[in-house]
Design a protein around this ligand. Sequence first.
Ligand SMILES: [Zn+2]
Length: 348
Amino acid sequence: MNLPAPYRFLELTGTHRAIGEALGQLDPPFRRPPWWPSPPDPELAEACRRLVARWHPPLIEEYEGYAAAQGLDSRLLWQQVCRTSMRARLFACSAVAWWGPDGTWVGRNYDFQPIQRRRDLIGLRPEGSLASLGMMGSVPGGRYDGVNEAGLFVSLHAVMADEPPPRPGIPFHLIPRILLERCRSAGEAVELLLRMPHMLPLNFLIADPHEGFAVEVHPLCAAVRAPEDGILAVTNHYEHPAMRPYHGPRDLRFSIRRKERLIEGIAPSDAPLPGRLRQALSDHEVPVCGHRPGFATLWSVITDLRQRAVEYAFGPPCQNPFYSFPWPASLPKGPKEYPDIRSASGAC
Ligand SMILES: [Zn+2]
């Protein structure tokens, strides 16, 4: 399948080592994202590596395969992809889930700066782990959102909050990956998420066909929110009273408005889903859909977890069509025909 550059759709199967090698061969020479802060010192990076080796060991094998294919030292590569601080002024990613009589719908926009060139949709079927479909951004191996074969959806949202001095934890981009590979339900994912050591302020939307949660994490605290009236929205601020003090004096109004707009947009009405979900994700009043250099919607996903349907749009959802992709369990073993997105997609 050909996507308009820089988007790619890759299907990777086999052992994690083989998956790492295949991605390392497909990728250009690795470059650390220039907007990331300096890498952690080797001791802190090694402590994080040991944690990942404990929580999901195959990921370390995958990085070793990637490093071998790229001709890199695997410890140095790990140090480069281990991010221990966020330190950005604005984060904007929006997600909403709705549990209704006809389906369980989730919609999510991933927003960042156009400088982020890695925008890979990955169909993954690793040996010994659950298959998944999701977006990899910034560095190899991570996931920013996705669904797995059991019907679990996970999305990651950076939170604007104070950071304590860096300490060992699971690098942020690997957390959705680990949940998608290991968990069959939202309950399992939340339980795992709450036990993991975290380094950064983050929100997660976790949903399965039957239930879901917003999990708000900080290196020093974590809290869980449940849906209200069957609706759950997550943006870039903490809602739980125990978490709010970590924001300090930051202006959260944009994040709060996006959350409110998504809840209004998906609330039951005469308009059918997924149309009203697409409309909410394409909102330009707040806006939820980003077209500014510092706030650009790089992709959008809509999924019906009950019907096992998933669609991605490559660019702002107001001007790019959503394309259906095979549910992860049905990922093909060999080449398969897909619609040619390059010819059908609008500007990104
Ligand atoms: Zn738009």
